[in-house]
Design a protein around this ligand. Structure first.
Ligand code: AMP
Length: 213
């Protein structure tokens, strides 16, 4: 049971995809779950869209309810990779409660350390596939055919919140509300900080050597 924590654009999603293959456990990305709800125009999507568009956090109670439901699904039985949750101290405390009800605990928290200036470059050049959600980077990991997904050939798009103004807002939120969560897990003795400044392969090796001692 792993948790990846780091700034937006810090590479959590990319590394989570490798870990899914490596350990055959699901990636649980609250951002992906919320975007799916917005896309499907569910009640939850309608409630949360305005926060996401503004680069603000969705209220803790909404996220914790969504996660409680997610943990009850069968695919979580053998473990999971949490990506983008918890993002506040109340969420971390809520997660601890959910875990203790399930008689579970987190095995490892990987903290992806990336400087802010690199985040802005990474996010403004990030593109996602409309079909399968695969993520590309026009500078560091471009698709084979411009604007098209290598996996399913669908169009790539720029996320609505990956614009310079919203990126700055998301970074502020990260430093104010999410960075304290790192201390929360350092105090529990399960946080491993890795330098997420290198290539995707370098970071992958770093992540794996930290979670498998
Ligand atoms: P992400 O894809 O992880 O960058 O998340 C995109 C947006 O979804 C964030 O900017 C928030 O508005 C919302 N979001 C995702 N996860 C959470 C969370 N754990 N708590 C609150 N809001 C979240």
């Amino acid at each position: 049971r792993l948790l990846l924590i780091g700034p937006p654009g810090g590479g959590k999603g990319t590394q989570a995809k490798f870990l899914v293959d490596h350990f055959s456990i699901p990636q649980i990305s609250t951002g992906d779950m919320l975007r799916e709800n917005v896309h499907n125009k569910t009640l939850l999507g309608k409630e949360t869209q305005k926060f996401m568009k503004a680069g603000k956090l969705v209220p803790d109670s909404v996220i914790l309810d969504m996660m409680k439901n997610r943990f009850s699904e069968n695919d979580c039985a053998k473990g999971y990779i949490l990506d983008g949750f918890p993002r506040t101290i109340p969420q971390a405390e809520g997660l601890d409660q959910l875990l203790s009800h399930m008689n579970q605990k987190l095995d490892c928290v990987v903290v992806m350390d990336v400087p802010d200036n690199l985040i802005i470059t990474r996010l403004s050049s990030r593109r996602s596939c409309k079909g399968c959600g695969q993520v590309y980077n026009l500078i560091f990991e471009p698709p084979g055919v411009a604007g098209k997904c290598n996996e399913c050939n669908e169009d790539l798009y720029l996320r609505e919140d990956d614009n310079p103004v919203t990126i700055k807002q998301r970074l502020t939120v990260y430093h104010e509300q999410t960075a304290p969560v790192i201390n929360y897990y350092s105090n529990q003795g399960i946080a491993k900080v890795i330098d997420a400044n290198g290539s995707i392969d370098e970071i992958k090796t770093e992540v794996l050597t930290n979670i498998i001692p």
